[in-house]
Write a protein that binds this ligand. Structure first.
Ligand SMILES: [Zn+2]
Length: 293
């Protein structure tokens, strides 16, 4: 009888394997939920992620120290600091899918008192918001999440690393040629110096149109999954454009606004609205439990 069962099992194995194969074949058709973005750039691989994260960490500390000296660093009990950190805490768990390093990052969120309409997330998850962007634009939580998601997306998709990688090639390191392209392992220290020099400009990096579009899409998906209304992307950019008629916001110098941007966000809403609805329902279901003693 045992033998009979084994034979049966062996016979069954064939169709099971065939089934698995056919499942694999149709897998590409079952695209993941959410936005679609292209492959990450190979240029990023020219600079070790760790190297860039170290540079970012040092620069971040410098920014915080300068702000602290000017008594412009938001203390942990500041209402806006707490608000920003609460929003980040909801978004961060959804970042790991985009970049596995993100689960190891020492995420930090700080608020600097300044009229600048600006915010950023440096490689390694170092976030700063300026009071100017929150106050001048009177950002709602959803809009803050859209800005934060956008900036986090730049870090996750390693746009800074890609930029530095590209300039590593164009700024004299081209002489290293094939050796460099063979991968970043064992790159001579001179390349690392260039990376560090380029890193000095991490804050003023201007990303290309493609990177901006990618950050918009990935950012709105992150925010939606975290339970923030992705439609806030539209109102955010409308506010940003309106502010541009007065003193041009700092953020706009690196983030060209415009109707194409809003149109793209609107076109992608159907892809992320279901994620938002689901997150909102899950949050609502959890809320009563949280109130229990
Ligand atoms: Zn951007």
């Amino acid at each position: 009888m045992v033998t009979g069962k084994r034979i049966l099992a062996q016979r069954l194995r064939v169709p099971v394997v065939a089934l698995l194969l056919s499942a694999a074949a149709i897998a590409p058709a079952l695209a993941r939920e959410g936005v679609e973005v292209g492959e990450r750039s190979g240029f990023a691989d020219l600079v070790p992620a760790q190297e860039l994260e170290q540079t970012a960490k040092a620069q971040y500390l410098q920014i915080l120290n300068t702000a602290a000296e000017q008594r412009a660093l938001g203390p942990p009990d500041n209402a806006q600091v707490r608000r920003l950190r609460a929003i980040a805490q909801k978004i961060i768990p959804f970042t790991f899918e985009w970049n596995e390093r993100a689960s190891q990052w020492k995420w930090e969120v700080n608020l600097v008192g300044s009229n600048q309409i600006n915010a950023f997330c440096m490689p390694g998850g170092k976030i700063v918001f300026y009071t100017g962007i929150i106050k001048t634009l009177a950002l709602t939580d959803d809009e803050v999440a859209m800005v934060m998601g956008h900036e986090i997306a730049h870090a996750l998709r390693e746009h800074a690393r890609e930029r530095v990688g590209k300039s590593t090639i164009t700024s004299g390191a081209a002489r290293l040629g094939g050796a460099l392209l063979s991968g970043w392992l064992g790159i001579p220290s001179s390349v690392m110096d260039i990376a560090a020099q380029q890193g000095a400009n991490l804050l003023t990096l201007k990303f290309g149109r493609e990177d901006e579009s990618e950050a918009d899409l990935v950012g709105m998906e992150l925010a939606a999954r975290a339970g923030f209304d992705p439609r806030a992307g539209v109102s955010l950019w409308q506010k940003m454009s309106a502010a541009n008629k007065g003193a041009p916001p700092q953020w706009l110098s690196t983030h060209p606004s415009g109707n194409t941007r809003i149109a793209e966000i609107e076109a992608n809403l159907p892809k992320v609205m279901p994620l938002y609805e689901r997150a909102r329902q899950a949050n609502a279901a959890q809320a009563p439990a949280n109130k229990a003693p």
